[in-house]
Design a protein around this ligand. Structure first.
Ligand SMILES: Cc1ncc(C[n+]2csc(CCOP(=O)(O)OP(=O)(O)O)c2C)c(N)n1
Length: 609
């Protein structure tokens, strides 16, 4: 790599490495220690600085950017900035997202003064390595760069770890080190996978043999594709397994849209008791063995169910469970390929093909029974997800998301697994997540949620990063009012970047609905006295916030809707490319009754009487 006229500095080195990794945007909040780096980055690379109002917003943006691009970066200043950013990097660590967290800290001289006489400068804590220590908890490599001669090795090591372990890394850089000369970058950085050993191969074979034996003993099987399919880019391997064996598949919410949900074998999102009842019936009753692939058994993937049984196979977190047997250190991609080969060898090409919706299934014993009949076919099940209501009907969670489902169907271009959508869905935690789980996404990787760490407010920052990574897609964001209040400022970043995000604020009368549901669900069944005072939010005029962030060059348009007719009007505006509102973000305050909740969580109120 050729260097700048007056030689390489650490700032230039790091900026060049970020650019080489294809990073187009660096998010964050500056401070004086970071300034020199940002100036050099701007002068010497095409990486664009995206200043966000808060570190949380910057961290979530980098996280979501990395979900699409494969690696993202965020930069902040020491102490005040780094501690604010920590939650977002904690989330990326848990969710296995490769994010580079850059923390610019005081000069080497200032550290010497601190060490010698205890002199603290701004943002320093008397705990000597406090920033480094906390970031060690949430990264796979954490480095302090105090010596420019070593910096290239430290930077390359950390970035390589980030790519290889697919988790965050931390680079703390002393202010004076940015402008200190250092050796030039050599070559390109690439992930370094752990070598596959003979022992790994033997363990893989044992795991696959055990899995196939379990399937044979408990026919028929169903697949449950999860988040690691996306994180490890195993979409093609997963698709080959489905297509070759014909086994129907569900996904977790975290794995939603790992393949097109138009795929003929797609049978819905399985989320324990919070699943659509039809999905749960086929997953639990029609199928007799369940094969989780890259699926995390977190609470939001198992909605209300606690234990897996002897009829489960789960390959995730670097190992495989088959019933109560565990096979450590088995790579997911290798497992999927080997499983496919064995299943096809035993049952033949598409030998396990089926439509589990074809046969009627009675409601499960613990199911919340409604008047609706189970669908008679998979096609009917999919259609049931996009019902529409008359214009004067008031919105509730389910009818809102059914209408959104229909809107997405209308926007779909092309057919089947090759269909595309102009939209991506970004969902926050709470009822937004449960409500959106069954919105059918026709295109791979078109649905995003942080469903394991579940930091409320994630979506508002995330959407900034997603839009930077896939500018040709329009994000539809679903966020509860409480979650929105956490990171509302990020609307400013959307407007600043002229992003055309559509933010649906699910305004259930300013209430932490899911918290109420988790602690005192019977409030929803008429037990008024159980309302949690701590779940009440200050009411905001959400739609009017649009004016705050609009500028003469970027419109930000606010709407408030309470009925299907009003929602239809807004959806017409969104779909009309020529409408001036579409030159910037749109904020839709969706007024929902406080007592409304998605039927997915209905199991929680079942026994309230
Ligand atoms: C950063 C963070 N703080 C607190 C929580 C705990 N929490 C989980 S859901 C929730 C309420 C979300 O309320 P809202 O966005 O209004 O959505 P609703 O539950 O009404 O759907 C809270 C406070 C969290 N998950 N993340």
């Amino acid at each position: 790599m050729s260097g700048p006229g007056d030689g390489w500095t650490v700032a230039h080195y790091l900026a060049a490495r970020l650019e080489q990794l294809g990073i187009t945007h660096l998010f964050g909040v500056p401070g004086n220690h970071l300034g020199p780096f940002l100036s050099t980055m701007r002068a010497t690379t095409g990486v664009q600085w995206v200043g966000t109002p808060t570190e949380m917003g910057g961290g979530y943006a980098a996280d979501a950017y990395a979900r699409v691009h494969g690696i993202g970066a965020v930069a902040v200043t020491y102490g005040v900035g780094a501690f604010s950013l920590l939650n977002t990097i904690g989330g990326a660590y848990v969710e296995e997202i490769p994010v580079v967290a850059i923390n610019a800290c005081p000069t080497f001289e200032q550290w010497q003064n601190f060490r010698a006489v205890g002199l603290l400068t701004s943002h320093m804590s008397p705990r000597f390595e406090s920033n480094l220590e906390v970031y060690r908890q949430v990264t796979v490599d954490a480095q302090v760069l105090s010596n420019a001669a070593l910096a290239p090795l430290q930077i390359d090591g950390a970035l390589t770890a980030c790519l290889s372990e697919r988790r965050p890394v931390y680079l703390e850089v002393m202010e004076d080190v940015w402008s200190t000369p250092c050796p030039a970058p050599v070559g390109e950085l690439a992930p370094r996978e752990r070598p596959v050993t003979k022992a790994n191969e033997a363990m893989l074979k044992r795991a696959v043999d055990a899995a196939v034996a379990l399937v044979a003993a408990r026919m028929p099987p169903i697949l449950w594709g999860g988040e690691e399919i996306d994180r490890f880019d195993l979409h093609a391997e997963f698709a080959r397994l489905v297509d070759a064996t014909g086994i129907p598949f569900c996904t977790t919410i975290g794995g939603k849209s790992i393949l097109s949900e138009n795929h003929p074998r797609f049978h819905g999102v399985y989320n324990g008791k919070a699943s659509n009842p039809d999905v749960r019936r086929i997953f639990k009753e029609v199928a007799h063995s369940r094969i989780g692939l890259g699926a995390w058994t977190t609470s939001k993937n198992l909605g209300g169910e606690m234990a897996l049984g002897e009829d489960w196979i789960v390959a995730a977190h670097g190992g495989v469970s088959v019933g109560s047997r565990y096979f450590p250190d088995v790579r997911l991609g290798a497992f999927i390929d080997a499983l496919r080969e064995k299943l096809v060898a035993r049952w033949g090409q598409e030998g396990l093909a089926a439509d589990y919706y074809a046969a009627p299934v009675a409601p499960l014993a613990d199911e919340l029974v409604t008047d609706a009949e189970p669908p008679a076919s998979r096609a009917e099940f999919l259609r049931s997800l996009t019902d529409t209501e008359a214009p004067s009907v008031a919105l509730d969670y389910d009818s809102f998301f059914e209408r959104i489902g229909a809107f997405l169907c209308d926007a779909e271009q092309g057919h089947g697994v090759d269909a595309t959508t102009p939209y991506v869905v970004v969902s926050d935690a709470g009822f937004a997540l449960l409500g959106s789980q069954d919105v059918r996404m026709p295109e791979r990787r078109s649905y995003f949620a942080q469903n394991a760490w579940l930091a409320i407010g994630w979506s508002m920052g995330a959407v900034t990063g997603i839009k930077c990574a896939v500018p040709d897609r329009r994000p539809l964001v679903f966020v509860g009012d409480g979650s929105f209040q956490e990171t509302v400022q990020e609307l400013s970043t959307h407007a600043r970047l002229k992003q055309d995000s559509v933010i649906f604020v699910l305004n259930n009368e300013d209430f932490y609905g899911i918290e109420q549901m988790l602690v005192h669900p019977c409030y929803y069944a008429g037990h008024e006295d159980e309302e949690g005072f701590y779940n009440l939010l200050h009411p905001w005029s959400y739609a009017r916030l649009a004016d705050v962030f609009a500028t003469p060059s970027t419109p930000v348009t606010g709407f408030a809707v309470a009925t299907h007719g009003e929602l239809n009007e807004v959806l017409r505006v969104i779909a009309d490319e020529a409408h001036p509102a579409n030159r910037g973000p749109i904020l839709v305050q969706v007024r929902l009754p406080r007592k409304s909740y998605p039927r997915a969580i209905g199991y929680a109120v079942k026994d309230c009487g």
